[in-house]
Ligand binder design. Structure first.
Ligand SMILES: Cc1ncc(COP(=O)(O)O)c(C=O)c1O
Length: 380
């Protein structure tokens, strides 16, 4: 007899995995692939972080730590807010997490009950929607468009009926677009007054190509989620952090103790050292900045214009409708005919995503230059 399965596991698969499978099949036949579908830096963790980890392997026990992280890493995170945002955050409000992914799970569990309604922009990072579904919370789509750089506004939220929370990201994935200056603050104030929990994903801060990202850490009720995965190029170390409003520190500590015991000890040591590697990390950012210009140039030569201003992160989200019937067939033809892998927008927006595709430019300079050359030469 088949045993009962929970509907919690019935979340959408990540479609980019399909592109990655097709790319691997192509590689297995001896053809090359330029991986513009993946959203992770083509660089390792900065050298100072790797050296600190290597030393700790020799000298430290590396057991469990405090559930919300080692004091020295928490104090480095506070120093980062003083340096980057001239903001004083009490160390007790920092939770070190197993990547921002664990930060989202902890935040959603601590803030929302099954049946609650939490709004997110369409398109947005698919795991928000899928984690919310796994914990029984309804994800409510916010219809956003180019007029607000694909970012939500209080006016758009006001039309969605009763809400318990909203998740935003600036810069966002897949668009790379950002709130106009002051707009995140306006949204945070509006959410606070309306009793709606704002969760601000700031994972792409540090990777911007014009204005800097603004933080929601000054709001008395917002949760800020961040990570060492992107700017710090430490995806596989599974380490991130959240800034919590005071009333959530204890509930989240209890959940973290029970769900994870602690974030990985070695990654905490490496992460603390990564804060001293800004010069190297700025070098990574400079590579993304040059890649971005090459890719924008190549895409526009093919009539593929960004659907949203790609002001941050390492993505360009284009409208594929001028050159293809739908984005999955666009991505398949592009891969088969040029060896360039990109991601269909359907991962990020189940409806309008069929006309969009995401190109990532965090691969090496040589790979992105070659991809740009092939896209320019692509005859459709
Ligand atoms: C917008 C956004 N938030 C969160 C994550 C998850 O990152 P991690 O769990 O590695 O911190 C990603 C990963 O691609 C992302 O793009």
């Amino acid at each position: 007899m088949a045993l009962k399965l929970s509907e919690r596991g019935d979340v959408s698969p990540f479609l980019v995995m399909e592109v990655m499978r097709a790319a691997a099949e192509r590689e297995a036949t001896g053809k090359d692939v330029l991986h513009l579908e993946v959203g992770q830096p083509g660089f390792p963790a900065p050298r100072g972080a790797r050296l600190a980890a290597a030393k700790a392997l020799e000298t430290e026990t590396l057991g469990y730590t405090n559930a919300l992280g080692q004091p020295d890493l928490r104090s480095k995170i506070c120093a980062h807010y003083r340096d980057q945002y001239t903001m004083d955050i009490d160390e007790s409000r920092i939770a070190v997490t197993t990547g921002s992914s664990a930060g989202f799970l902890l935040a959603f569990l601590a803030c929302f009950a099954p049946g609650d309604r939490v709004a997110l922009a369409d398109p947005s990072y698919p795991c928000y929607r899928n984690i919310l579904k796994a914990v029984g919370v309804e994800a409510v789509a916010i219809p956003v468009d180019a007029s607000t750089a694909f970012q939500p506004t209080p006016e758009a939220l006001a039309g969605l009926g009763p809400l318990d929370g909203v998740v935003v990201a600036s810069p966002g994935n897949p668009t790379g677009s950002m709130f106009a200056p002051g707009e995140l603050g306006r949204l945070a104030d509006w959410c606070h007054t309306a009793g709606i929990r704002l969760i601000s994903d700031e994972i792409y801060h540090g990777l911007t190509y014009g204005q800097d990202g603004e933080t929601a850490a000054g709001s008395p009720s917002a949760i800020v989620v961040n990570s060492f995965s992107k700017y710090f190029a430490m995806t596989g170390w599974r380490i991130g952090w959240a800034i919590l409003p005071e009333d959530l520190c204890k509930p989240i500590e209890r959940l973290a103790q029970n769900l994870f015991i602690s974030p990985p000890a070695i990654s905490q040591i490496a992460a603390a050292a990564a804060f001293d590697c800004h010069e190297e990390l700025q070098g990574y950012r400079d590579v993304y900045a040059a890649n971005r210009l090459d890719l924008l140039d190549a895409l526009s030569a093919r009539g593929l214009t960004p659907a949203a201003p790609p002001d941050g992160a390492f993505y360009i989200y284009v409208d594929t409708s001028p050159v293809a019937n739908d984005s999955p067939s666009f991505c398949t033809s592009l891969l088969n005919e040029t060896g360039v892998a990109a991601t269909s927008g359907l991962d990020f927006d189940p409806i309008r995503g069929s006309q969009s595709a995401r190109f990532s430019f965090c691969a090496s300079r040589a790979d992105v230059q070659e991809a740009a050359k092939r896209i320019k030469a692509w005859r459709r």
